[in-house]
Design a protein around this ligand. Structure first.
Ligand SMILES: NC(=O)C1=CN([C@@H]2O[C@H](COP(=O)(O)OP(=O)(O)OC[C@H]3O[C@@H](n4cnc5c(N)ncnc54)[C@H](OP(=O)(O)O)[C@@H]3O)[C@@H](O)[C@H]2O)C=CC1
Ligand SMILES: Nc1nc(=O)c2c([nH]1)NC[C@@H]1CN(c3ccc(C(=O)N[C@@H](CCC(=O)O)C(=O)O)cc3)C=[N+]21
Length: 296
C-alpha cells in the first residue's frame, strides 16, 4: 500500500487565503486591522527563522505584525512589562511569546501573564481549562492544524482509535483533548509507555510529537492508518542538513493509508492556524461574528 500524501503546505495556503478574506472584510466593513505581536527572547537561530516567516505571512494576510526582540539576559520584570504593554494595546489582538525561553525565566508565569483572549498560542491556563471542559477557547496552533487535516481527510473521526505519542503542554496534551472532543478514543503514549509498538499498532490515527528523528518505523503502523507527523528534527545525512519528522516516512508511507510529510505537513499548518487564531481573537475582541471553519 502506498499512502495518500496529506499536503499541509497546500492546505495551509488555503487557510491563509480564507484568513486574508476575513481580514479584508474586517478592514472594509469595520475599519479594523488584526494585529499579531511576537516576542522573541534571545537569539536561537531556529526561532529567528520561524519568527521571520510568521511575520512575513502575517503581513501577506493583510494583518499588522509587531516584533519584539529582547536580549537573552532580559529580566523577568522587563519581559512582563512588554507583555503588559501588549495586553493593553488595542491594536494588538494576538500575542505569542516564542518558546522555549532562556532558563532563568519562568515559562508558566510568563505565559499566564498574557491576556487569555490575546493568547493565540492557547497556552494560558484559562484556555487550557476551557478546552478541557469543551468551552470556547483559543486552541493551540499545532494541534488545531493537525485536527483540521484529520477532519478534512476523514470527514469525521468519531469512534476512531487515536494514539498521540508525546504529552507536552504545547502539542501532545492539547492534541489528545481535541481528538477526544471529536469523539475519538484517545491514548496518550510517552517515554514510560510499555510496548509502544503494540500501542501504536492499535491506532487508526497516529500523531507523533516526540522530537526524535524517524523514531516511528512503518512496522509499528497498522495497515491503512492515518499518520500525522509533528516532529521537526534537523539531522545531518550524507553530509547535508536535513529536516525529518518523528516518523520514518520511507517505511511508514508503505503501510499507512495517509501521511503528512516533513517538511510541508504540520509545520505550515501551525503558522496558518496562528493567523487564523489572530483573526478569531480580533473578531471576539470586537464583538463580531467569528470566521467559520477556522476554529475547533
Ligand atoms: N510542526 C510544528 O509546528 C511543531 C513541531 N514541534 C516538534 O514536535 C516535536 C515534539 O515537540 P514537543 O511536544 O514540544 O516536545 P517535548 O520534548 O516537550 O515532548 C516530547 C514528548 O515525547 C515523549 N517522548 C520522548 N522520548 C520518547 C520515547 N522514546 N518514546 C515515547 N515517547 C517519548 C516525552 O515523554 P515524557 O513526557 O515521558 O518525557 C514527551 O512527552 C519536536 O520535534 C518539535 O520540534 C513542536 C511544536 C510545533
Ligand atoms: N510560543 C510558541 N508557539 C509555537 O507554535 C512554537 C514555539 N513557540 N516554538 C517553536 C515551535 C516550533 N514551531 C514550528 C512552526 C512551524 C514550522 C514550519 O513551518 N516548518 C516547516 C519547515 C521550516 C524549515 O524549513 O525550517 C515545515 O515543516 O514545512 C516549524 C516549527 C512552532 N513552535
Amino acid at each position: 500500500m502506498t499512502a495518500t500524501l496529506i499536503d499541509g503546505k497546500a492546505f495551509a495556503a488555503k487557510v491563509r487565503e480564507q484568513v486574508a478574506g476575513h481580514v479584508t472584510r474586517l478592514k472594509e466593513d469595520h475599519g479594523i486591522t488584526p494585529g499579531l505581536a511576537v516576542v522573541l527572547v534571545g537569539e536561537d537561530p531556529a526561532s529567528q527563522v520561524y519568527v521571520r516567516s510568521k511575520g512575513k505571512q502575517t503581513v501577506e494576510a493583510g494583518m499588522n505584525s509587531y516584533e519584539h526582540k529582547m536580549d537573552a539576559d532580559t529580566s523577568e520584570a522587563d519581559l512582563l512589562a512588554v507583555i503588559d504593554q501588549l495586553n493593553n494595546d488595542p491594536a494588538v489582538h494576538g500575542i505569542l511569546v516564542q518558546l522555549p525561553l532562556p532558563g532563568h525565566l519562568n515559562e508558566d508565569l510568563i505565559i499566564n501573564s498574557i491576556a487569555p483572549e490575546k493568547d493565540v498560542d492557547g497556552f494560558h491556563i484559562s484556555n487550557v481549562g476551557l478546552l478541557g471542559t469543551g468551552q470556547k477557547s483559543m486552541v493551540p496552533c499545532t494541534p488545531l492544524g493537525c485536527l483540521m487535516m484529520l477532519r478534512d481527510y476523514h470527514g469525521s473521526i468519531s469512534g476512531m482509535n487515536a494514539v498521540v505519542i508525546g504529552r507536552s503542554n504545547i502539542v501532545g496534551k492539547p492534541m489528545a483533548q481535541l481528538l477526544l472532543n471529536d469523539s475519538a478514543t484517545v491514548t496518550i503514549a510517552h517515554s514510560r509507555t510499555k510496548d509502544l509498538p503494540g500501542v501504536v499498532k492499535q491506532a487508526d490515527i497516529v500523531v507523533a510529537a516526540v522530537g526524535r528523528p524517524e523514531m516511528v518505523p512503518g512496522d509499528w503502523i497498522k495497515e491503512g492508518a492515518t499518520v500525522i507527523d509533528v516532529g521537526i528534527n534537523r539531522i545531518e545525512r550524507d553530509g547535508k542538513n536535513k529536516l525529518v519528522g518523528d516518523v520514518d516516512f520511507e517505511s511508514a508511507s508503505k503501510v499507512a493509508g495517509a501521511i503528512t510529510p516533513v517538511p510541508g505537513g504540520v509545520g505550515p499548518m501551525t503558522i496558518a492556524c496562528l493567523l487564523a487564531n489572530t483573526v478569531t481573537a480580533c473578531c471576539r475582541a470586537n464583538g463580531l461574528a467569528e470566521p467559520e471553519g477556522l476554529t475547533a
